[in-house]
Ligand binder design. Structure first.
Ligand SMILES: [Zn+2]
Ligand SMILES: [Zn+2]
Length: 406
């Protein structure tokens, strides 16, 4: 496509987005006013799919066995003979645009996922209307349960991303707008100790104290903390600590959420923490057992796509950090980014220092700044999807970077 046609397509995207501004902002605010927890996002997924269906997308609800998940496809007329929704064509580039829409207990949309879900469907609907001759396919992925449950991982396992070539998502942030860098891979390690009950005053010498083993594990891990790499996070909850005060605790349990910037890094930390627990078991004679559950994977950064995404935000007047910014948190978008080249933009909705997962952030998620971030995201994500499909060599370069080439 020559430059003038591309410029005309970008101008059309901005214009069509503005035409839809009122209904998109209304949808974002409606989802915000009706916060729904993970896997229970019934209203949000109904409203998002209704809008997609109205715009002519082939919508499949309840995909991957999840009631509130969906996939909505549209194939541009430039892609050739195949009819939208009838399965993938060889050689038709498919860009997935991901939406989240779950809220949090107590703080509602304190992570701003109302903006993510609305931006995803907005970008897809705007691109379809602005550039119907797209020589590619857009797949809007409605992904439930980011905060707890990992909907994207379930959708990945069900094969919903198997025909996808690249993936895009936005997530509101506070402070600087940016493209997301590496996020942390996670594993939950549950450590259970079994001791021996005995009268805590009359015969403590006959008991084995499982709570002591948990406390000793806590101290050992705190000692370890200074000697792990700076990306590592180890946080815990003591979930069992005995039953009544006059019996030496027979059973105690501690749960660690362990994070590092790579999956291998997490496995190493899991091993070290297990050694801390084994040492505690030895010292107290309590019997130790482990349950390990791998969580979200680390986000693999794709600079090729991230650079295009950033340029579009800048074109729209957004100030963006130049380098992808690593995140101290974790997201199941990480798992998607390990499957296909992917980029996650973070547009600003509030000032630096606003805590995540808070009522303050929830307020910004339906403020004028939140609405502005939504509209810029709709335009930038539609434009980035367009570029991935039409720019010669861009997708090939993104794939080479993903495979570790160049
Ligand atoms: Zn979030
Ligand atoms: Zn969150």
């Amino acid at each position: 496509m020559d430059d003038s046609r591309r410029s005309a397509a970008l101008a059309a995207i901005d214009q069509v987005a503005e035409k839809h501004r009122a209904e998109l902002v209304d949808l974002s605010h409606r989802i915000h006013a009706n916060p729904e927890l993970f896997f229970k996002e019934f209203k949000a997924s109904a409203w998002l799919t209704e809008a997609l269906e109205k715009a002519g997308f082939a919508v499949k609800r309840g995909v991957a066995g999840l009631e509130t998940a969906f996939r909505a496809d549209w194939q541009g007329s430039g892609a050739g003979k195949s009819v939208a929704g009838e399965g993938p064509d060889e050689g038709v580039p498919t860009v997935a645009i991901l939406g989240e829409y779950d809220a949090l207990p107590d703080v509602g949309h304190g992570c701003g996922h109302n903006i993510i879900g609305t931006a995803a469907i907005g970008a897809a609907i705007v691109l379809k209307e602005a550039y119907p001759e797209l020589p590619g396919r857009i797949a809007v992925m409605g992904c439930p349960a980011e905060e707890d449950g990992g909907g994207k991982i379930i959708m990945l396992k069900a094969g919903l991303f198997d025909d996808v070539d690249a993936a895009l998502m936005v997530h509101p942030t506070t402070g600087d707008s940016k493209i997301g860098g590496a996020s942390l891979a996670t594993t939950t390690l549950t450590i259970n100790f079994k001791g021996k009950p005995s009268h805590a005053a009359g015969s403590p010498h006959l008991g084995i104290n499982a709570l002591d083993a948990v406390v000793q594990t806590y101290v050992n891990v705190s000692t370890l903390r200074q000697h792990v790499s700076p990306d590592v996070r180890m946080h815990c909850l003591i979930t069992k600590g005995g039953s009544v005060i006059n019996i030496v605790p027979e059973e105690a349990e501690v749960q660690y959420l362990l994070r590092a910037s790579t999956r291998e890094g997490v496995r190493d930390v899991v091993q070290r923490v297990k050694e801390c627990a084994n040492g505690a078991g030895l010292a107290t004679r309590a019997t130790v057992s482990f349950v390990e559950a791998e969580g979200y994977d680390a986000r693999k950064v794709n600079r090729t796509i991230g650079d295009v995404f950033r340029d579009h935000y800048r074109r729209l007047g957004e100030t963006m950090l130049t380098d992808p910014e690593p995140s101290g948190g974790s997201t199941d978008f990480g798992d998607v980014s390990q499957k296909v080249p992917a980029a996650n933009a973070y547009p600003r909705i509030g000032p630096k220092g606003t805590p995540g997962h808070s009522r303050e952030l929830a307020a910004f998620a339906c403020s004028a700044a939140g609405d502005e971030a939504l509209m810029k995201s709709v335009k930038a994500m539609a434009a980035t999807a367009l570029d991935i499909v039409i720019s010669p060599g861009l997708l090939a370069r993104a794939k080479r970077e993903f495979e570790g080439g160049q």
